[in-house]
Design a protein around this ligand. Sequence first.
Ligand code: ADP
Ligand code: TYD
Length: 212
Amino acid sequence: MGRLIVIEGLDGAGKRTLAAGLTERIRQGGGTVAHAAFPRYSADVHAELVAEALHGGHGDLGESVHGMAVLYALDRRDAAEALRADLAAHDVVLLDRYVASNAAYGAARLHQGADGEFVRWVRELEIERFAVPRPDLQLLLRVPADVAASRAEHRERTETRRRDNFESDSSLQQRCGAVYEGLAEIGWWSPWRVIDGAERPDYAELAAEITG
Ligand SMILES: Nc1ncnc2c1ncn2[C@@H]1O[C@H](COP(=O)(O)OP(=O)(O)O)[C@@H](O)[C@H]1O
Ligand SMILES: Cc1cn([C@H]2C[C@H](O)[C@@H](COP(=O)(O)OP(=O)(O)O)O2)c(=O)[nH]c1=O
């Protein structure tokens, strides 16, 4: 059985870069890695609706914190079977965002903390009701919100990818960072490890920790 490792953090924190670096390092060491990123925009109709709502589609859907969170959750529910198959076939399954993203962004939008009603609701929906696979470890890539924002801005200029309405909201990103800190502190759903994302992470050390 492989280990389920989740990378969490703000938009522009460096999650995709870390996932690529870790994947390469684990493969160099002879391990096998499956990789997925949520939302699965090109693979799931719920994620497709998320993307449309994030860019102003579907009337007031994007304004509904719970409505959006249900769509993100359904994307993961539909991925659960494939995740279990990947866990059976690989040493490591590496996820770029997972359930904690729903908890952190929703709570931040509602001005709640890691111990608030929204985080409890996400637990009831995704963990208890949908029973998606539990991570072995959640990595919080910690960077100050202004650093994450400037990286995301830079990426927007150098790649085709455009930031959505939430990604451009700096006070939301600040609050979201605080909820993530709270989730990591209480060890929400699994053990967490906080990584300093201001520097280039030590891929070799992390890969060794992940593969045990
Ligand atoms: N440790 C780092 N130091 C400096 N820049 C970084 C670092 N990690 C990622 N970046 C850059 O920041 C931008 C956002 O990184 P990315 O991995 O796409 O973030 P995320 O997936 O968290 O949104 C990219 O242009 C990437 O090259
Ligand atoms: C996966 C997930 C993301 N989100 C938020 C975080 C981001 O602001 C937004 C989009 O996710 P993101 O990973 O930034 O996708 P991309 O960079 O490819 O657009 O959705 C949730 O609120 N809940 C979730 O379950």
